[in-house]
Design a protein around this ligand. Structure first.
Ligand code: AHG
Ligand code: MN
Ligand code: MN
Length: 314
């Protein structure tokens, strides 16, 4: 059962660094995760006050980059290089791997600001990070040593795992992350669904799965932001998010290395499941930095039911 903070309870006045020290023996990993947490303070500031316009450039996917994407990428990259423990960096906002130090201990893939196009309509956005203890970033997601995200919403929250459970922190008025929920656990099956992509492009299997969920009485919860949408399924412990294979996009839209793998790692650590509809996300062998894959992620039984519909109807 997820332990939830009781206001004022001393047990939960645990800040991120202390929690990592108590649960994670690797000091370098602690340092890396804390550097990323620190970078989020500057990203928050750029979201609250920054330019909402276009950067005048586009990313590897041909998507217009916003000034915020480029600024957030620069903030995070600088902190990772500063950490002194990073070998290679891969960002959604760059077209190739950034080599930092040949003897660096970790390789980091990140989406510096997911959902950035939602900032100008004041919806929640986030930073997603995937960490390998290797110079090689092209590994299946099951080899990650840590994953985390920061969610810039009404609260600024941080969720991380180093393979010993999933833990949620909130940023307090001193801009420190203090523990809210420890060892988050998902139910076997849920009551919300978060359907990404265009419904009219769904395949028969996905269409029938959505009908099944609606007949089960599930409620639709979709903001268009991957981080808040996943955060809701994960922390309420109920339901499923999917951005499926579409008739015109068999690999869906979301990026394997810095969106799907970190979220799949976190959800599996909480007892959930993450699948392309046909296989486990964390078993996919990345081929290129721009790999995309369909995703069904959330409560184990809900994902397994989706796999049944996809197996039977495509
Ligand atoms: P990004 O802003 O990093 O490009 O990612 C946006 C993603 C993700 O946040 C969300 O789940 C998905 O785009 C929504 O895509 P559609 O607009 O096609 O629904
Ligand atoms: Mn993204
Ligand atoms: Mn992004």
């Amino acid at each position: 059962m997820t332990a939830v903070a009781k206001p004022g309870s001393t047990k939960f006045q645990v800040d991120l660094r202390r929690h990592l020290r108590e649960t994670e023996e690797d000091r370098d990993l602690t340092r890396l995760i804390c550097e990323i947490a620190d970078a989020s303070k500057y990203i928050i500031n750029s979201i609250r006050t920054g330019d909402l316009g276009l950067a005048g450039t586009s990313n590897l996917y041909g998507e217009d980059q916003l000034a915020l994407d480029v600024l957030s990428d620069r903030i995070l990259r600088k902190r990772l290089i500063h950490s002194g423990v990073v070998a290679n960096i891969l960002s959604e906002e760059t077209t190739e791997i950034i080599k930092v130090a040949p003897d660096g201990k970790y390789s980091v893939a990140y989406d510096p600001l997911d959902g950035s196009s939602l900032v100008d309509v004041n919806l929640a956005v986030g930073t997603i990070v995937s960490i390998y203890e290797s110079t090689n970033i092209f590994q299946p997601g099951r080899n990650q040593v840590a994953a985390m995200y920061i969610l810039y919403g009404p609260r600024t929250s941080l969720v991380y795992s180093t393979g010993k459970g999933v833990h949620e922190f909130s940023m307090n008025q001193l801009m420190e992350f203090t523990l809210d929920r420890e060892n988050v656990k998902m139910k076997p099956s849920g009551s919300i669904y978060s359907p990404g992509g265009q419904r009219n492009l769904y395949t028969e299997g996905t269409e029938k799965y959505v009908r099944f969920l609606e007949e089960k009485g599930c409620k639709l919860r979709y903001s268009g932001g991957f981080v808040p949408d996943i955060n809701q399924v994960l922390l309420k412990g109920t339901g499923i998010f999917f951005y499926p294979h579409l008739r015109n996009k068999p690999n869906g839209k979301l990026r394997l290395l810095f969106e799907l793998n970190p979220m799949a790692y976190l959800v599996e650590q909480a007892g959930g499941k993450a699948s392309t509809g046909r296989q486990r996300i964390l078993d996919l062998q990345p081929q290129g930095i721009d790999d995309c894959a369909p995703i069904f992620i959330g409560c184990r039984e809900d994902v397994e039911k989706a796999e049944e519909f996809i197996a039977q109807f495509g």
